[in-house]
Design a protein around this ligand. Structure first.
Ligand code: C2E
Ligand code: MG
Ligand code: MG
Length: 721
């Protein structure tokens, strides 16, 4: 409903921009009264009628307004008119309004509290004239500032009441020790200053309690905890502001025109305080979405775990991952991807309760902390609500996006004792949710240790794809007649954070069994094609082959993915060669034939890989447009092993040339290997003997050093087909 409408029509602002449609975690740090603004709603909507919070707010508002009315009544109309004629009162009103618009935030991570810079002036009025005038001026200023800042009327009314009650307590203390009438202006001196300090303390405590009671109810957090949050910093700021009040009083007594001079020290105080709050905010929040970052999530989770330990409560950690976000990002560009993430962030924050924390862990991964959750059923409800909020199509750049997400849930104390393990378990649960396409999964300890290891490798792999840890290496294919490079084969590697460079057999099989296949193919294509283009521009114009697994070939959208990649990077189809393993031809020939034909139609060339590993006979190629056969390394080994082997391989290569296929030998490790495969009729070869697969820079170097650049056609972009 409303939530999503707001999202799609209202652009989100940056994390440090002003108020508006920002996630709860980045509410601007304003007034103590900010809680009147339900963080679960961008609109200024109060709590539901009849709830304890509602009752509290209503009764406080009524009490404050009654007190204000009574004190003004006690002042009387005559005296009110006299005050209205005083320029001093108007100057102070101006200062209070200005101060109301510039609150000094407390340094809290989610910024719910602040002191208005109007405090020195309004409190000076309490000291000088007493509650009625101070209350009235403050009420007027609150109405004006509330109007400017777009606060709802009920919120403004609460603010007025809160000030009146706090000033009332302070005034009562002064009146008790120093009874005075409304006409007599009081300039405290000597012991009077102590009285002012006492009144200031009373103001601070009353105001804090009034506000934090509501915050505690709102966030369902214990009152003492809310009260003590950032107490030192709050005390400091309030102390500084309140201590200015007697100075303002002295200025007031001396000359009304001295009062505006206080603007400057306050402006300096304001700007330095805002700067430090901004810095703290940046350190704890994600710049793009304004959501809490991992650091803040860890902190909050630890707090919640401590709390839950004491009260035997339960904490929930939800891990949410968008399905196929990387594709959106890579195909539509990062600006669109960024906006999508901001929209997601917005929807998520608007789907959780106050007190819950939504964080972005990086990429398209989000976490939600539920500091108090009844049971697994409630946690599931939240997870479902999050998914529903995301399921509403999003409109970006005139296009509709259907976003799906998978959520994994882990609970304290059921599944893990600390943050790290909770996150890991939630991650495993999320993987299960993706695998089974169930959307939401609660962590279930696996009996089988292997599957847990696999799951964790899997989740690492998922992260590797997001964080671009996969890298293409290239192995030159060398002509056996003149030793010039005739082609390159792209071979994927995983630069693992801890385990170093991992070869494909450690992870490609896992990729094949999972939903990550498409992202993986996408990654391979998106790394290889731009590289072909770069080499081409440098004058290295060799065809580059890319390996395709069975699962990739079974994806009917593969030809379109390849075609789009070629177009996007301006690569002529002839520069791309696709390798299809013989094993795939044995097991899935029929199913993949249409894909192979469609790929050939694009103009890319096809090669049969790993020839000799299965029971494939070339006759089964059956007219498929394959141009090249790569003789597997194990087959090559047989040449030198036995004379039989030599005959078998020799006749296979003969058959290839009869069928018009080029034969390339793999795994050539020595001079004699090279010589025998050449003698058997292979036109080119690759292997350690020439060079192992190399990273991009080393490949380029190798090609230059070995002067093996074959001549190729000169234009890069050719037409498909
Ligand atoms: P492949 O396509 O047959 O690749 C040739 C393999 O032989 C490569 O293993 C290469 O490093 C290795 N090799 C190179 N020189 C020698 C040598 O002198 N002796 C021996 N014994 N081997 C040599 P790598 O890079 O570990 O790749 C293994 C397989 O993983 C590839 O076999 C290919 O089927 C698959 N693969 C690699 N990259 C990708 C990819 O991006 N996508 C997919 N789907 N599969 C890939
Ligand atoms: Mg290959
Ligand atoms: Mg091979």
């Amino acid at each position: 409903m409303g939530v999503t409408e707001i999202v799609d029509t209202e652009p989100m602002r940056g994390a440090t921009a002003g108020e508006g449609a920002r996630p709860a975690g980045v509410r601007p740090m304003n007034h103590p009264e900010d809680l009147m603004k339900d963080p679960n709603n961008t609109r200024d909507v109060g709590p539901r009628v009849g709830t304890p919070l509602w009752l509290y707010l209503v009764s406080t508002t009524v009490a404050g307004c009654v007190l204000l009315g009574a004190s003004v009544f006690w002042l009387g109309l005559d005296r009110l008119q006299t005050f209205a004629g005083e320029p001093l009162v108007w100057v102070l009103l101006g200062m209070v309004i200005a101060g109301e618009l510039r609150p000094i935030a407390a340094q809290s991570a989610d910024g719910d509290n602040g002191n208005p810079t109007s405090l020195p002036f309004s409190f000076a009025l309490v000291i000088y004239f007493g509650l009625p005038v101070a209350g009235l001026v403050q009420a007027l200023a609150t109405v004006v500032a509330g109007g400017v800042r777009g606060h709802a009327p009920h919120r403004t009314a609460f603010n007025i009441a809160q000030y009146t009650l706090s000033f009332g307590v302070a005034d009562a203390i002064i009146q008790f020790a120093y009874p005075r009438s409304a006409e007599t202006a009081w300039v405290p001196q000597g012991w009077g200053l102590l009285l002012v300090a006492l009144a200031g303390a009373a103001y601070f405590i009353t105001n804090l309690t009034l506000v934090e009671c509501a915050v505690a109810m709102h966030e369902r957090a214990p009152l003492h905890k809310v009260l003590m949050k950032n107490i030192g910093q709050r005390l400091f700021v309030a102390g500084v502001l309140l201590s200015l009040a007697p100075l303002v009083v002295v200025a007031m007594a001396h000359s009304v025109w001295l009062v505006p001079l206080f603007f400057f020290p306050l402006a300096a105080l304001y700007s330095s305080a805002s700067l430090s709050v901004k810095r703290e905010h940046q350190a704890n929040h994600d710049e793009l979405t304004g959501l809490a970052n991992r650091k803040l999530l860890i902190l909050r989770t630890q707090e919640a775990l401590g709390e839950a330990q004491v009260h035997r409560g339960r904490v929930g950690l939800l891990l949410l991952d968008l399905d196929r976000f990387k594709e959106v990002n890579d195909t539509l560009g990062h600006p669109t991807g960024d906006r999508l993430l901001q929209t997601v962030a917005h929807r998520l924050t608007h789907s959780v309760r106050p007190g819950d924390l939504v964080a972005r862990l990086g990429g398209d991964e989000f976490a939600v902390l539920l500091p108090q959750v009844r049971d697994a059923v409630s946690a599931r409800e939240v997870a479902t609500r999050l998914r529903v909020a995301l399921a509403e199509p999003m409109r970006l750049d005139g296009m509709d996006f259907d976003l799906e997400a998978s959520v994994g849930i882990a609970l304290y104390p059921n599944h893990a004792p600390d943050f790290e393990l909770l996150l890991q378990r939630a991650d495993v649960a999320m993987y299960v949710a993706k695998e089974r396409r169930t959307g939401v999964e609660l962590y279930a300890p696996h009996k089988d240790r292997n599957s847990t290891a696999r799951l964790s490798l899997f989740s690492e792999l998922r992260r590797a794809l997001i964080e671009n840890e996969l890298e293409m290496f290239y192995q030159p294919v060398v002509s056996l007649t003149d030793h010039r490079a005739v082609a390159l084969e792209a071979l994927v590697r995983w630069r693992h954070r801890h385990r170093g460079i991992l070869p494909p057999e450690e992870f490609v099989p896992l990729v094949e069994q999972s939903y990550l296949m498409r992202s993986f193919t996408h990654e391979v294509i998106e790394q290889t094609l731009p590289q072909i283009a770069r080499w081409w521009d440098e004058g290295i114009r060799l065809p580059v082959s890319v390996n395709l697994s069975a699962r990739e070939l079974l994806d009917p959208t593969l030809p379109e993915i390849v075609a789009a990649g070629l177009r996007r990077h301006g690569v002529r189809p002839g520069s791309l060669r696709l390798e299809i393993s013989e094993r795939v031809m044995v097991s899935d020939a029929e199913a993949i034939t249409p894909t192979i034909l469609a790929l050939a139609d694009l103009g890319v060339s096809l090669a049969l890989d790993d020839f000799g590993t299965g029971y494939f006979t070339l006759a089964r190629l059956n007219g498929l447009p394959v141009e090249e056969v790569k003789v597997d390394e194990s087959f090559v080994r047989r040449i030198s092993d036995t004379s039989d082997g030599r005959v078998i391989v020799g006749s296979a290569v003969d058959l290839m040339s009869t069928l018009g296929l080029r034969a390339v030998a793999e795994g050539v490790e020595s001079d004699s290997d090279a010589e025998s495969v050449r003698a058997l009729g292979c036109y080119a070869a690759q292997g350690q003997y020439f060079t192992p697969p190399l990273d991009v820079a080393a490949t380029t170097r190798w090609l230059y050093e070995h002067g093996g650049l074959a001549e190729q056609p000169s234009e890069r972009t050719g037409s498909a087909g």
